[in-house]
Design a protein around this ligand. Sequence first.
Ligand code: PMP
Length: 407
Amino acid sequence: MSIDAKLRERAAKVVPGGMYGHLNAALHGPAYPQFFVGGEGCRQRDVDGREYVDLMCSWGPVVLGHRHPAVEGAVAAQLAAGDCLNGPGPVYVELAELLVETVPQADWVMFSKNGTDATTQALMVARAATGRTKVLMAHGAYHGADPWCTPSPAGTTPNERADLVEFTYNDLASVEAAAAQAEGDIAAIIVTPFKHDSFEDQELVAAEFARGVRALADRIGAALVIDDVRGGWRIDLGGSWEPLGVRPDLYAFSKAMANGHPIAAVTGVDSLRGPAQTLYSTGSFWFNAAPMAAAKATIETLRAIGGIALMERAGTRLREGLAAQAASHGFTVNQTGPVQIPWLSFEGDATLEKGMFWAAACLEEGVYLHPWHNWFLSAAHTDADIDRALQGTDAAYAKLRARFGAD
Ligand code: PMP
């Protein structure tokens, strides 16, 4: 029995279902290991000693590579001085200043721990500012796991979701219709920077849609919230809609902000500073200094090394390599999303039978990617690492062809 299987057996006795939530390996396919013991750069090792080229980056947080020396050095120094104290350290102010300087939309910052904290806090600010109730969100979008937004209704009440009105991503008319339905009572429109729903091809945002939701929010006096938890720090250091010239009232950030250390942030515009100040929004660990030191080091390093360009280079190499391999093996694939937050699906594979088989074959070949959730690249992926990953994906395509035949 593998060490992974033994640990799962023990976990099943002391944790409901052994493992819950998005990191439950059972959801990713039977070949996926549950437990990991180490990571270095763009490699991760599972508990049975198998090493993978990591194309998931811990589902987003690891943006500079595992155990990046600048980040780990900053964390070690902060831990040596003190982490969880009676109040935040000076690094709280330094990090807030860095965020206000780096994100042009930001006039102020509030910190928390997880992406869900940030999206929830952003909506609280919007409601405090407007005195209104309803929130417009895209059908199928993921904004976290609190009762108002978790994709599974288990353990929640209909009331907890009653204030959401859905629209279709990239369809401005549907946002207008949702706004009309909730007329006069809309506190916020929350939107991700691109469409990255699980199990589906991704969709980049249409510039007219981004401009349209901005104009609509202004017209109806609602706050525009961009949930940049997934896209943030990989698309543009100034916020993921900065290249479009569209600025929200509130950005929610987390994941890649501190290269794997736990922290989230909401950034806001001046007009929301007063309402933000009225919230009672806090947590025992929200002001720990070490994750703040990690965030500061991560953002400074991303800026210094041109991290986004490095991820785009790696992502382009991966996308071109995967496309050439698919063609040579006779498969039609769809590669969607920004190159540094990619996903690949097989044409006509509605049941994901091919996708699951191919992902498991990639795993066998030492490449960790995901069958139904987008992947993430980091600034640590060199050309040689991508080429190593492509060796594995090529062998996986060959196995797929042997099993299913070409398209
Ligand atoms: N929003 C988006 C767009 C996300 O991708 C996620 C996490 N996958 C969240 C919110 C929630 O973040 P967390 O899991 O850190 O609470």
